[in-house]
Ligand binder design. Structure first.
Ligand code: ZN
Length: 353
Protein backbone atom coordinates (compact mmCIF):
# COMPACT_ATOMS: atom_id res chain seq x y z
CA UNK A 1 0.00 0.00 0.00
CA UNK A 2 1.53 3.29 -1.10
CA UNK A 3 0.16 6.31 0.68
CA UNK A 4 1.74 9.77 0.47
CA UNK A 5 2.46 12.04 3.43
CA UNK A 6 -0.20 14.47 2.16
CA UNK A 7 -2.72 11.61 2.09
CA UNK A 8 -1.82 10.55 5.66
CA UNK A 9 -2.24 14.13 6.87
CA UNK A 10 -5.57 14.32 5.03
CA UNK A 11 -6.68 11.09 6.75
CA UNK A 12 -5.92 12.58 10.18
CA UNK A 13 -8.00 15.62 9.20
CA UNK A 14 -10.79 13.37 7.87
CA UNK A 15 -10.96 11.59 11.25
CA UNK A 16 -11.19 14.98 13.01
CA UNK A 17 -14.01 16.04 10.70
CA UNK A 18 -15.91 12.84 11.46
CA UNK A 19 -15.36 13.24 15.23
CA UNK A 20 -16.71 16.79 15.09
CA UNK A 21 -20.15 15.56 13.93
CA UNK A 22 -20.36 12.61 16.37
CA UNK A 23 -23.85 12.63 17.89
CA UNK A 24 -25.54 14.45 14.99
CA UNK A 25 -25.67 11.83 12.21
CA UNK A 26 -27.37 8.70 13.62
CA UNK A 27 -28.45 6.32 12.26
CA UNK A 28 -25.90 7.32 9.58
CA UNK A 29 -22.12 7.04 10.19
CA UNK A 30 -20.11 10.15 11.15
CA UNK A 31 -17.70 10.23 8.20
CA UNK A 32 -15.03 12.78 7.32
CA UNK A 33 -13.62 13.43 3.82
CA UNK A 34 -10.81 15.59 2.40
CA UNK A 35 -10.09 16.25 -1.27
CA UNK A 36 -6.56 16.81 -2.48
CA UNK A 37 -5.79 18.50 -5.81
CA UNK A 38 -3.40 16.58 -8.14
CA UNK A 39 -0.43 18.37 -6.49
CA UNK A 40 -1.54 17.21 -3.00
CA UNK A 41 -3.02 20.54 -1.84
CA UNK A 42 -6.22 20.17 0.25
CA UNK A 43 -9.02 21.83 -1.75
CA UNK A 44 -12.18 20.60 -0.04
CA UNK A 45 -13.42 18.92 3.13
CA UNK A 46 -16.69 17.69 4.51
CA UNK A 47 -18.44 15.58 7.15
CA UNK A 48 -21.75 13.70 7.24
CA UNK A 49 -24.69 16.08 7.58
CA UNK A 50 -27.70 15.19 9.82
CA UNK A 51 -29.97 12.49 8.27
CA UNK A 52 -31.35 13.55 4.89
CA UNK A 53 -28.43 15.90 4.26
CA UNK A 54 -25.36 15.32 2.07
CA UNK A 55 -22.69 12.73 2.83
CA UNK A 56 -19.13 13.89 3.61
CA UNK A 57 -17.80 13.30 0.08
CA UNK A 58 -20.57 15.41 -1.52
CA UNK A 59 -19.86 18.42 0.72
CA UNK A 60 -16.12 18.08 0.09
CA UNK A 61 -16.67 17.85 -3.69
CA UNK A 62 -18.86 20.95 -3.68
CA UNK A 63 -16.10 22.86 -1.89
CA UNK A 64 -13.38 21.62 -4.24
CA UNK A 65 -15.32 22.30 -7.46
CA UNK A 66 -13.21 21.80 -10.60
CA UNK A 67 -10.04 21.35 -8.51
CA UNK A 68 -11.19 17.79 -7.66
CA UNK A 69 -10.54 16.67 -11.27
CA UNK A 70 -7.55 14.34 -11.34
CA UNK A 71 -7.27 14.65 -7.55
CA UNK A 72 -7.57 12.31 -4.57
CA UNK A 73 -10.42 11.79 -2.13
CA UNK A 74 -9.36 10.73 1.37
CA UNK A 75 -12.30 9.40 3.38
CA UNK A 76 -12.80 7.48 6.65
CA UNK A 77 -15.49 5.09 5.24
CA UNK A 78 -15.82 3.53 1.79
CA UNK A 79 -17.98 5.76 -0.45
CA UNK A 80 -21.53 4.41 -0.74
CA UNK A 81 -22.86 2.83 -3.91
CA UNK A 82 -26.57 2.79 -3.04
CA UNK A 83 -29.20 5.35 -3.94
CA UNK A 84 -30.52 6.64 -0.63
CA UNK A 85 -31.96 10.10 -0.19
CA UNK A 86 -28.77 11.64 -1.54
CA UNK A 87 -27.63 9.39 -4.43
CA UNK A 88 -24.50 7.21 -4.45
CA UNK A 89 -21.27 9.02 -3.53
CA UNK A 90 -19.27 6.66 -5.78
CA UNK A 91 -21.12 8.07 -8.83
CA UNK A 92 -20.59 11.66 -7.68
CA UNK A 93 -16.85 11.00 -7.34
CA UNK A 94 -16.75 9.56 -10.86
CA UNK A 95 -18.66 12.54 -12.25
CA UNK A 96 -16.14 14.88 -10.59
CA UNK A 97 -13.29 13.04 -12.33
CA UNK A 98 -11.23 12.08 -9.27
CA UNK A 99 -8.24 9.85 -10.04
CA UNK A 100 -7.70 8.21 -6.66
CA UNK A 101 -9.69 7.35 -3.54
CA UNK A 102 -8.04 6.51 -0.19
CA UNK A 103 -10.38 4.79 2.29
CA UNK A 104 -9.85 3.81 5.95
CA UNK A 105 -12.78 1.45 6.68
CA UNK A 106 -14.49 -0.79 4.09
CA UNK A 107 -18.28 -0.43 4.00
CA UNK A 108 -19.64 -3.21 6.29
CA UNK A 109 -23.30 -3.11 5.23
CA UNK A 110 -24.61 -4.95 2.20
CA UNK A 111 -26.99 -2.10 1.50
CA UNK A 112 -24.26 0.41 0.76
CA UNK A 113 -21.21 -1.61 -0.27
CA UNK A 114 -19.69 -1.93 -3.72
CA UNK A 115 -18.45 1.67 -3.86
CA UNK A 116 -14.77 0.70 -4.16
CA UNK A 117 -15.58 -1.88 -6.87
CA UNK A 118 -17.62 0.62 -8.86
CA UNK A 119 -14.80 3.18 -8.70
CA UNK A 120 -12.15 0.61 -9.68
CA UNK A 121 -14.28 -0.61 -12.58
CA UNK A 122 -14.30 2.97 -13.86
CA UNK A 123 -10.50 3.17 -13.69
CA UNK A 124 -10.08 4.99 -10.37
CA UNK A 125 -7.12 3.95 -8.19
CA UNK A 126 -8.61 2.84 -4.83
CA UNK A 127 -6.76 2.04 -1.58
CA UNK A 128 -8.89 0.54 1.23
CA UNK A 129 -7.73 -0.04 4.83
CA UNK A 130 -5.46 2.99 5.29
CA UNK A 131 -5.20 3.70 9.06
CA UNK A 132 -8.25 1.48 9.50
CA UNK A 133 -7.72 0.72 13.22
CA UNK A 134 -7.52 4.42 14.10
CA UNK A 135 -10.72 5.16 12.17
CA UNK A 136 -12.57 2.19 13.70
CA UNK A 137 -11.59 3.21 17.24
CA UNK A 138 -12.60 6.84 16.60
CA UNK A 139 -15.87 8.43 15.55
CA UNK A 140 -17.03 5.35 13.63
CA UNK A 141 -16.83 3.02 16.67
CA UNK A 142 -20.44 3.47 17.76
CA UNK A 143 -21.88 3.11 14.27
CA UNK A 144 -19.80 -0.03 13.65
CA UNK A 145 -21.05 -1.55 16.93
CA UNK A 146 -24.57 -0.95 15.62
CA UNK A 147 -23.80 -2.69 12.33
CA UNK A 148 -22.06 -5.66 13.95
CA UNK A 149 -24.08 -6.17 17.14
CA UNK A 150 -27.40 -4.46 16.37
CA UNK A 151 -27.24 -2.44 19.57
CA UNK A 152 -26.06 1.05 20.59
CA UNK A 153 -22.45 1.63 21.75
CA UNK A 154 -22.57 2.29 25.50
CA UNK A 155 -20.43 4.92 27.25
CA UNK A 156 -20.75 4.75 31.03
CA UNK A 157 -19.91 8.03 32.74
CA UNK A 158 -19.49 8.36 36.48
CA UNK A 159 -18.21 11.08 38.85
CA UNK A 160 -16.66 9.85 42.08
CA UNK A 161 -14.37 10.80 44.93
CA UNK A 162 -10.86 9.41 45.18
CA UNK A 163 -12.23 6.56 47.30
CA UNK A 164 -14.84 5.77 44.69
CA UNK A 165 -17.92 7.25 46.36
CA UNK A 166 -20.68 8.78 44.25
CA UNK A 167 -22.47 10.37 47.23
CA UNK A 168 -21.94 10.98 50.94
CA UNK A 169 -23.44 8.74 53.62
CA UNK A 170 -26.48 11.09 53.90
CA UNK A 171 -27.10 10.73 50.14
CA UNK A 172 -25.97 14.23 49.19
CA UNK A 173 -24.03 14.18 45.90
CA UNK A 174 -24.17 17.69 44.40
CA UNK A 175 -20.92 18.97 42.93
CA UNK A 176 -18.56 16.12 43.69
CA UNK A 177 -16.53 17.39 40.74
CA UNK A 178 -15.72 20.96 39.71
CA UNK A 179 -16.88 23.24 36.92
CA UNK A 180 -14.49 21.94 34.24
CA UNK A 181 -15.65 18.36 34.76
CA UNK A 182 -19.30 19.41 34.65
CA UNK A 183 -18.68 21.26 31.37
CA UNK A 184 -17.01 18.12 30.00
CA UNK A 185 -20.18 16.15 30.83
CA UNK A 186 -22.21 18.48 28.62
CA UNK A 187 -19.70 18.04 25.79
CA UNK A 188 -19.86 14.27 26.24
CA UNK A 189 -23.68 14.27 26.18
CA UNK A 190 -23.55 16.28 22.93
CA UNK A 191 -21.68 13.38 21.25
CA UNK A 192 -24.44 10.90 22.20
CA UNK A 193 -27.89 10.13 20.82
CA UNK A 194 -29.37 9.30 24.21
CA UNK A 195 -28.62 9.81 27.92
CA UNK A 196 -29.85 7.07 30.28
CA UNK A 197 -30.48 7.04 34.03
CA UNK A 198 -32.33 4.69 36.35
CA UNK A 199 -35.46 5.82 38.19
CA UNK A 200 -33.46 5.92 41.45
CA UNK A 201 -31.13 8.61 40.08
CA UNK A 202 -34.07 10.45 38.48
CA UNK A 203 -35.96 10.53 41.79
CA UNK A 204 -33.06 11.28 44.19
CA UNK A 205 -30.92 13.68 42.09
CA UNK A 206 -33.72 14.97 39.80
CA UNK A 207 -31.31 15.77 36.91
CA UNK A 208 -32.54 17.60 33.78
CA UNK A 209 -30.08 15.62 31.55
CA UNK A 210 -29.86 18.33 28.90
CA UNK A 211 -26.88 19.63 26.93
CA UNK A 212 -25.98 23.20 27.82
CA UNK A 213 -23.43 25.46 26.14
CA UNK A 214 -20.70 27.30 28.06
CA UNK A 215 -23.05 30.25 28.68
CA UNK A 216 -25.58 27.89 30.30
CA UNK A 217 -28.14 28.03 27.46
CA UNK A 218 -29.78 24.94 25.98
CA UNK A 219 -27.84 23.57 22.98
CA UNK A 220 -29.69 23.40 19.66
CA UNK A 221 -29.57 19.62 19.47
CA UNK A 222 -30.54 17.57 22.52
CA UNK A 223 -30.01 13.82 22.98
CA UNK A 224 -33.03 11.70 23.86
CA UNK A 225 -33.42 11.54 27.66
CA UNK A 226 -34.18 8.01 28.87
CA UNK A 227 -35.33 6.91 32.33
CA UNK A 228 -35.46 3.19 33.10
CA UNK A 229 -38.53 3.01 35.34
CA UNK A 230 -39.87 -0.51 35.63
CA UNK A 231 -42.06 0.17 38.66
CA UNK A 232 -43.49 3.55 37.66
CA UNK A 233 -41.63 5.49 40.38
CA UNK A 234 -40.91 8.60 38.29
CA UNK A 235 -43.04 11.51 39.52
CA UNK A 236 -44.78 13.69 36.90
CA UNK A 237 -42.90 16.68 38.33
CA UNK A 238 -39.43 15.22 37.53
CA UNK A 239 -37.24 17.72 35.66
CA UNK A 240 -36.33 15.05 33.12
CA UNK A 241 -39.98 15.25 31.93
CA UNK A 242 -39.86 18.99 31.16
CA UNK A 243 -40.05 20.25 27.57
CA UNK A 244 -36.32 21.11 27.22
CA UNK A 245 -35.66 17.87 25.28
CA UNK A 246 -37.50 14.69 24.26
CA UNK A 247 -37.82 11.99 26.94
CA UNK A 248 -38.48 8.26 26.78
CA UNK A 249 -39.53 6.35 29.89
CA UNK A 250 -38.64 2.68 29.47
CA UNK A 251 -40.12 -0.35 31.24
CA UNK A 252 -37.41 -2.63 29.79
CA UNK A 253 -36.50 -5.56 32.07
CA UNK A 254 -32.86 -5.99 31.08
CA UNK A 255 -30.07 -3.82 29.66
CA UNK A 256 -30.26 -5.86 26.42
CA UNK A 257 -33.99 -5.13 26.10
CA UNK A 258 -33.38 -1.43 26.72
CA UNK A 259 -30.63 -1.34 24.09
CA UNK A 260 -32.87 -3.10 21.54
CA UNK A 261 -35.63 -0.58 22.24
CA UNK A 262 -33.28 2.38 21.78
CA UNK A 263 -31.57 0.90 18.70
CA UNK A 264 -35.00 0.86 17.06
CA UNK A 265 -35.21 4.57 17.83
CA UNK A 266 -31.98 5.13 15.88
CA UNK A 267 -29.78 5.48 18.98
CA UNK A 268 -26.22 4.44 18.07
CA UNK A 269 -24.21 6.04 20.92
CA UNK A 270 -25.64 6.06 24.41
CA UNK A 271 -24.43 7.73 27.59
CA UNK A 272 -25.18 5.79 30.76
CA UNK A 273 -25.16 8.26 33.66
CA UNK A 274 -26.02 6.04 36.56
CA UNK A 275 -26.49 5.08 39.14
CA UNK A 276 -24.43 2.22 40.61
CA UNK A 277 -27.17 -0.43 40.22
CA UNK A 278 -27.91 0.29 36.57
CA UNK A 279 -24.19 0.52 35.74
CA UNK A 280 -23.57 -2.85 37.43
CA UNK A 281 -26.38 -4.44 35.40
CA UNK A 282 -24.77 -3.26 32.14
CA UNK A 283 -21.28 -4.35 33.22
CA UNK A 284 -22.51 -7.81 34.27
CA UNK A 285 -23.96 -8.30 30.79
CA UNK A 286 -20.76 -7.12 29.07
CA UNK A 287 -22.68 -4.19 27.59
CA UNK A 288 -20.33 -1.31 28.43
CA UNK A 289 -17.98 -0.28 25.59
CA UNK A 290 -16.29 2.72 27.14
CA UNK A 291 -16.01 4.18 30.64
CA UNK A 292 -15.48 7.85 31.46
CA UNK A 293 -14.63 8.47 35.13
CA UNK A 294 -14.40 11.94 36.63
CA UNK A 295 -12.32 11.52 39.74
CA UNK A 296 -12.38 14.28 42.37
CA UNK A 297 -9.43 14.69 44.78
CA UNK A 298 -11.69 14.33 47.83
CA UNK A 299 -12.33 11.54 50.33
CA UNK A 300 -15.64 10.61 51.94
CA UNK A 301 -14.80 7.32 53.65
CA UNK A 302 -18.46 6.27 53.47
CA UNK A 303 -21.34 6.43 51.03
CA UNK A 304 -22.45 4.46 47.97
CA UNK A 305 -19.67 3.08 45.72
CA UNK A 306 -19.44 4.02 42.02
CA UNK A 307 -20.66 0.63 40.92
CA UNK A 308 -22.95 -1.97 42.51
CA UNK A 309 -22.43 -5.72 42.89
CA UNK A 310 -20.81 -7.25 39.80
CA UNK A 311 -21.11 -10.83 41.03
CA UNK A 312 -17.34 -11.03 41.49
CA UNK A 313 -16.08 -12.87 44.57
CA UNK A 314 -12.43 -13.52 43.75
CA UNK A 315 -9.62 -11.36 42.38
CA UNK A 316 -9.02 -13.51 39.29
CA UNK A 317 -12.56 -12.67 38.12
CA UNK A 318 -11.96 -8.88 38.32
CA UNK A 319 -13.22 -6.88 35.39
CA UNK A 320 -10.16 -5.35 33.69
CA UNK A 321 -10.10 -2.05 31.86
CA UNK A 322 -7.49 -0.47 29.63
CA UNK A 323 -6.74 3.21 30.09
CA UNK A 324 -7.21 5.05 26.79
CA UNK A 325 -6.68 8.63 27.95
CA UNK A 326 -6.01 10.62 31.13
CA UNK A 327 -7.02 14.30 31.09
CA UNK A 328 -6.78 16.82 33.96
CA UNK A 329 -10.06 18.78 34.26
CA UNK A 330 -9.46 21.70 36.60
CA UNK A 331 -8.70 20.02 39.95
CA UNK A 332 -10.32 16.75 38.82
CA UNK A 333 -9.05 14.00 36.53
CA UNK A 334 -10.89 12.40 33.61
CA UNK A 335 -10.07 8.76 32.83
CA UNK A 336 -11.27 7.17 29.60
CA UNK A 337 -11.17 3.37 29.74
CA UNK A 338 -12.30 0.36 27.73
CA UNK A 339 -13.21 -2.96 29.34
CA UNK A 340 -10.70 -5.59 28.16
CA UNK A 341 -11.93 -8.62 30.06
CA UNK A 342 -15.41 -9.15 31.33
CA UNK A 343 -16.56 -10.86 34.49
CA UNK A 344 -17.39 -14.55 34.72
CA UNK A 345 -21.03 -13.48 34.93
CA UNK A 346 -20.85 -12.39 31.33
CA UNK A 347 -19.88 -15.76 29.93
CA UNK A 348 -22.93 -17.43 31.42
CA UNK A 349 -25.28 -14.55 30.67
CA UNK A 350 -27.77 -14.92 27.86
CA UNK A 351 -26.90 -12.32 25.27
CA UNK A 352 -29.26 -11.48 22.49
CA UNK A 353 -27.79 -10.76 19.08
ZN1 ZN B 1 -22.44 8.39 0.44
Amino acid sequence: MTVSTAERQAMIRARELGAAVLGTTSPNPPVGAVILAPDGTPVGEGATAPPGGPHAEITALAQAGGRARGGTVVVTLEPCAHTGRTGPCADALLAAGVARVVVAVPEPTELADGGADRLRAAGVDVEVGVERDEAEAGALAAWLTGVREHRPFVVWKVAATLDGRVAAADGSSRWITGEAARAAVHQLRATCDAVVVGSGTAVVDDPQLTVRDVAGGLAGRQPLRVVVDRRGRLPATARVLDDAAPTHVSRADTPADLLAELFDRNVRRLLLEGGPTLAAAFLREGLVDEVVVHLAPTLLGAGPPLVGDLGISTISDALSLATIEVTPLGGDVQLRLRPTRHTGARQSADRRS
